[in-house]
Design a protein. Structure first.
Length: 48
């Protein structure tokens, strides 16, 4: 069963852990997604 996840106000997934799970799913050759490699990204805000 595939669970649908919603994106936050910035159009991103809610956590890096979820991004890792989604990229592993998307890279599974039996799923049949695009023929590119998907990587999870993390965006952090740092105070200067």
């Amino acid at each position: 069963m595939i669970k649908i996840y919603s994106l936050n106000e910035n159009g991103l997934l809610s956590s890096l852990e979820l991004a890792v799970k989604c990229s592993k799913y998307s890279n599974d050759e039996t799923v049949g997604t695009e023929s590119v490699i998907w990587f999870p990204w993390a965006i952090y805000e740092h105070k200067l």
